[in-house]
Write a protein that binds this ligand. Sequence first.
Ligand SMILES: [Zn+2]
Length: 366
Amino acid sequence: MVFSIALLLPVCTANAADADTRPHRNVVLVTLDGVRTQEIFGGLDVDLLRSRLGKGKQLADDPLYRRYGADTPQARREKLMPFFWGTLMREHGSIAGNAALGSRVQVGNTMRFSYPGYAELLTGRARDEAIDSNDHIQNPFPTVLEFVRERLKLPQGQVAAFGSWDRFEVIPEHRPGSIFVNAGFMAYKSPDPGVRRLDAMQDKALAWTEERFDAFTEAFALDYLQRERPRLLYVGLGDTDEWSHAGNYELVLRALHDTDAFLRELWTWLQSQPQYRGNTTLIVTTDHGRGRGMKDWTDHGADVEGAQDIWIAIAGPDAVRRGEWRDAAPLKQGQVAATVAQAFGLDFSALEPQAYPPIPMSPRAK
Ligand SMILES: [Zn+2]
């Protein structure tokens, strides 16, 4: 016994030395605007699709059902988001918010729309008194993105936010220039000719005036990640919300399916890099839910029932749970800020004493 401890000693010493030089922790936060718990946990909403079928038409005849349909919610969601459910949540993390299993996540704000949701996510608590519209105003409150950069004394470009919606020009920081921001139709400069071509196209290939397609945001964020190697990256995607407001359920599902491919590319790259492998927390969540009904699924807001219900997924080194949370204490959207800070060993309540606490990683810590 003594002999084996003696053998281990040099190894322990080496590990202690490695601990000081090992790569630092990183966080990637991804939001999918206005994605309901119904689609995240159940994939294609069969009742919704059925309500839209023409007279005499069967589910099985519908092209959307043939693509994403299956007999169970579990099978449907895996068809819709095969990487998220088949790999990320199975092997690397867990997701809270499936009410059917006794887990709820709700927004703390009463607004149930975008800017109030992002403000709560990034500043740690509801900001109803100040953020009650989607107006293009600079965030009045310091965000966790700014907090991490300041506390870790990181160069500006080591914390970056990319967003499809032009409000992400002002949401991620209260002092312009605190972090790197690229949002809406802002130019993105890259030495890569392919990415430069995308940059030149972003305000030509468009469907909305205030929001570019996620494909551009994703490409720019991945280019930045690989080139600048930030410690903290935020990617705010928006196609899902735009197609929902338009009532185009097929494109909502396609957007989710495409997002799943983005998450696969993002995660696979992170795990291929010594700086990020096994050392990066990935949080995926949304700013608000939407209506539960056959008519109001397109909508959200203070008077839309269901829009308060959201979900939060966490993967990475601190995420000890796998799959779906069961019989857990409810979570609030604002807990994301302190959770991001905690991944870096920081206490967000030092900035915002009224912030919600970090999300408990262990099932026992209710
Ligand atoms: Zn939204």
